[in-house]
Design a protein around this ligand. Structure first.
Ligand code: ADP
Ligand code: MG
Length: 385
């Protein structure tokens, strides 16, 4: 049984709270507040019970051991402080001790500035553990990693799962073990290599598995189509061919048409049937007929799981397929679950957050969980027993 915070009677303690506040920041402004907002219930629960909190998080991928202002958590501390209307002390040098002064909350600078964090140094974990009495883990997005400020603390401290983690696990479990059928899964994004296991697992459970993105291109190549200069992974063509031979292959839904750019210019998008793609075309989105076909399937679904943009969303109009699919899921009555570091921001940008049943803060961790892999931190917190 998962050891959950809300069932433990924790008060008047110093709690080390590991969050995933890895949010996009531009010119000191938070571009996406989703992970911050989702972390608030656990913070409020701890404060309500008279605890003091030391918040730990990573942000981005700085060079370990070096302080790089670009990856500072300071803007996050300021933002969170405003949101919860509490003073938060931001500690740059925290690893040898912290001082709460007149505040109940401290946020430590990016844990990835510390030497040893990514290699799960036990020396670093030991130092961190001495900053508090209790450890609460609420950073679902790093559940699959072994790092000093998360995995490394669990054996050293009395540890619990926070509310966000509990919600993530419950929703993902419901999606994989008990979905209301028909279940449609949409797996897209850049690389088939990161999602091939997920595709084979979900093909089995799903009524339809919709494909888009760079992943689609690898499948089209494996099926013998010309994909021109499109993004694809040659090392994974054989894996794609295995899926093509899978008994459930007819459930894998391919587009009818695609939108291509030509000769490295984005200026002249052309919609083409798959069979009409030429050697100097680059497939960057699904076409209008495919969107209609995918939307029809979504309308008939009771559960939809979506991960990954269906096209090159960074450049208009190649975001069209993704935007239309997002809107179709948003207006449908199905139970909808979405995850993925590049998928969530699209929903946020369209202001559709409240139109989905569950938006996960996890990317890689969520996919691994759904694949059925044991995530090391969840295992230590008792999720699999
Ligand atoms: P997520 O983080 O949500 O799981 P991924 O990281 O797998 O998603 O993929 C996101 C990236 O895939 C985006 O940067 C998007 O531009 C890219 N992408 C999707 N389709 C294409 C395509 N046809 N060609 C090039 N890039 C694509
Ligand atoms: Mg991504």
């Amino acid at each position: 049984m998962l050891k959950v915070l809300k069932e433990a009677n924790i008060n008047n303690k110093i709690v080390l709270l590991r969050l995933d506040l890895n949010v996009p920041i531009s010119q000191n402004k938070i571009v996406s507040n989703f992970r911050i907002i989702k972390s608030i219930p656990t913070i409020e629960h701890l404060i309500k019970n008279n605890n003091k909190i030391v918040i730990l998080s990573h942000l981005g991928r700085p060079k370990e051991g070096e302080v790089d202002e670009k990856y500072s958590l300071k803007p996050v501390a300021l933002y969170l402080s405003e949101k919860i209307k509490q003073n938060i002390i931001f500690e740059k040098n925290w690893v040898n001790g912290v001082d709460f002064k007149d505040s109940n909350i401290i946020m430590c600078e990016n844990v990835r500035f510390q030497n040893g964090e990514k290699l799960n140094s036990s020396e670093l974990s030991r130092k961190i553990s001495s900053l508090g009495d209790i450890f609460v883990f609420d950073a679902f997005g790093v559940s699959h990693r072994k790092e000093s400020s998360a995995y490394g603390l669990i054996d050293l401290m009395d540890s619990y799962a926070g509310q966000l983690l509990e919600n993530e696990i419950n929703n993902a479990l419901m999606m994989i073990s008990n979905p209301v059928n028909p279940l449609t899964t949409i797996i897209s994004g850049a690389k088939i290599s990161t999602k091939i296991t997920l595709i084979s697992k979900l093909l089995n459970k799903s009524s339809h598995l919709i494909i888009g993105g760079g992943i689609l291109n690898t499948f089209l190549f494996a099926l013998g189509h010309n994909i021109g200069t499109s993004l694809f992974e040659s090392d994974y063509v054989d894996e794609a061919k295995k899926i093509i031979k899978h008994k459930d292959f007819e459930k894998l839904i391919m587009p009818i048409d695609v939108v291509c750019s030509n000769n490295n210019s984005f200026d002249n998008p052309q919609t083409k049937l798959i069979s009409m793609v030429q050697s100097d075309d680059k497939i960057l989105d699904i076409g209008a007929k495919s969107i209609d076909k995918y939307v029809d399937i979504i309308k008939k679904s009771s559960t939809v799981f979506w991960n990954g943009p269906l096209g090159y969303v960074e450049q208009e109009p190649y975001d069209t397929g993704t935007v239309k699919i997002a809107k179709a899921i948003a207006i449908s009555n199905c139970y909808s679950m979405v995850g993925g570091g590049d998928t969530l921001p699209i929903i946020e940008k369209l202001s559709l957050i409240d139109n989905f049943s569950y938006l996960s803060t996890g990317g890689g961790a969520l996919l691994k969980f759904i694949e059925g892999k044991e995530l090391p931190i969840l295992k230590k917190l008792g999720a699999y027993t």
